[in-house]
Design a protein around this ligand. Structure first.
Ligand code: SAH
Ligand code: SF4
Ligand code: F3S
Length: 444
């Protein structure tokens, strides 16, 4: 069939979608970049906040129009990923033209199930929502990287989450924490590098609790894994995400000092600067612990840059709680950040808590927080003007002669007069300007 796939939400969905592409393409299905040209539409969805769900609903409306217009015998609509897992029956009731619902740990079955649908036209919509991550990776391991790879790619090392933060839907949609084996990860990383990948970002909802087995049955922590990966010939950069502050240990800080391809940047979501709210969120660390982790990392790697996630307007968040968040931001100084209004999610404890915060207050708090975070990002970037950074070039820029990439600190950098340079090169760049969210530089 001719398939079109759209990913919503986090990097893990991007990774999963790429593996679905590999499976489908290796079986002879053809990838389309426009939904209009396809007869198999796959939506790999996210349910982290209400807005994410809404995006799917408008796309499904458009998908129905395409299906109705299509003169083809087979036209299949698949909803995969976290919305599929969170509310399968609700989706089918509202959108009866969906042919298949696949939870995040069942997407690998897509090819078999498409055959079932094509061969048996009377089949009701198929719903697969098992939460066994090992089945998924067993299938993924067998599929070669057929679809296009860029110079910077993701590699999932861990799925699911056991933390049950009270606002979060992920443990309900991805299931229990599961770490892939060291052998699988190394072999996938080697295969990525041999297809031209220079930078790998290891993915997991909580990578610092990675606990996979090596061949002798010994447990590997994240720092061991990073050491192991760092010896792969041709791999130039390593990153990992997401880290939970409660699980960051000294070995990781040392790895940032000692592994030269491990980048000096860490995404370390804090969510709130108030101990009371952190407790209600079930984050299992205090604001003091967060400061300690930042200090420890900076003591081993002084130039380490930090980004974070924040939720404003969590149930019961008072003005004083919010001030604690602003105060934490001012003390840490982030190089970039993501901030969100709290969004109640189905079946999560926080959605049932008293003292839900009004939309007006959430909007106002988000604006105040983002003002500071934007200022910090701009200050951080401006501090690089006149200095040098190393940039991995990942794509062409907007104007001719420009190439774009990321610095060690994960800043977007546009390189002017890049004639003679190619995507995949790592170049030393002198920074000549800093504009809103990126740097502009020239090759030295
Ligand atoms: N595993 C990561 C986060 C994954 S979700 C961690 O523990 O940090 C990405 C981000 O979405 C979270 O860090 C949080 O800031 C935000 N988020 C999750 N649930 C949310 C909700 N119900 N409302 C608003 N933001 C939410
Ligand atoms: Fe969600 Fe918390 Fe798990 Fe992150 S650690 S995925 S926020 S439950
Ligand atoms: Fe969204 Fe699921 Fe990722 S809810 S953020 S796609 S784990």
């Amino acid at each position: 069939m001719r398939f079109y796939i759209k990913s919503y939400g986090c990097q893990m969905n991007i990774y999963d979608s790429q593996r679905i592409e590999d499976i489908l393409m290796s079986l002879g299905h053809k990838k389309e970049t426009e939904a209009e040209n396809a007869n198999l539409l796959i939506f790999n969805t996210c349910s982290i906040r209400e807005k994410a769900d809404d995006k799917l609903f408008s796309d499904l409306g458009r998908a129905k129009i395409l299906k109705d217009k299509s003169a083809e015998d087979d036209f299949i609509i698949v909803v995969a990923g976290c919305v599929a897992q969170a509310r399968p029956q609700d989706l089918l009731a509202r959108y009866p033209y969906i042919d298949m619902i696949l939870g995040p740990q069942d997407i690998q079955n897509i090819s078999d199930k498409i055959n079932d649908l094509v061969e048996n036209k009377d089949l009701d919509a198929l719903v697969l929502t098992n939460l066994n991550a090992s089945d998924k990776f067993e299938k993924f391991n067998k599929s070669d990287p057929v679809s296009e790879r860029s110079v910077s790619e993701y590699l999932t090392i861990q799925e699911g989450c056991d933390n049950f933060c009270t606002y979060c839907i992920v443990p309900h949609t991805r299931g229990r924490e599961f770490s892939r084996s060291v052998r699988e990860i190394i072999s996938e990383a080697k295969s990525l590098v041999s297809s031209g990948v220079k930078e790998i970002t290891l993915l997991g909802q909580n990578v610092n609790s990675y606990n996979g087995l090596d061949e002798s049955g010994k447990n590997f922590r994240l720092s061991h894994l990073l050491w192991e990966l760092s010896s792969i010939d041709g791999l130039k950069r390593l990153r990992y995400m997401t880290s939970n502050p409660k699980d960051v240990d000294e070995d990781i800080a040392k790895a940032h000092r000692d592994i030269d391809i491990l980048m000096p940047f860490l995404h370390l979501p804090v969510q709130s600067g108030s101990d009371e709210i952190l407790r209600k969120m079930n984050r299992k660390y205090s604001r003091e612990r967060y400061f300690e982790v930042i200090d420890m990392l900076r003591s081993y790697r002084p130039d380490m840059a930090f980004s974070s996630d924040f939720i404003v307007g969590f149930p019961g968040e008072t003005d004083a709680d919010f001030e604690y968040t602003l105060d934490l931001v001012k003390k840490v100084k982030f190089s970039q950040a993501y901030s969100f209004k709290y969004s109640p999610r189905i079946n999560t404890p926080a959605s049932k808590m008293k003292n839900q915060i009004s939309e007006d207050i959430k909007t106002e708090r988000l604006r105040r927080l983002q003002d500071i975070l934007n200022q910090q990002q701009s200050d951080f970037n401006k501090s690089f003007v006149g200095k040098n950074v190393e940039v991995l070039l990942t794509k062409s820029g907007r104007h001719s002669g420009q190439l774009v990439g990321k610095s060690e600190y994960y800043q977007a950098v546009t390189v002017d007069n890049a004639n003679g340079l190619s995507i995949g090169d790592i170049v030393k760049v002198s920074v000549i300007d800093a504009v809103s969210h990126s740097l502009i530089g020239e090759q030295i």
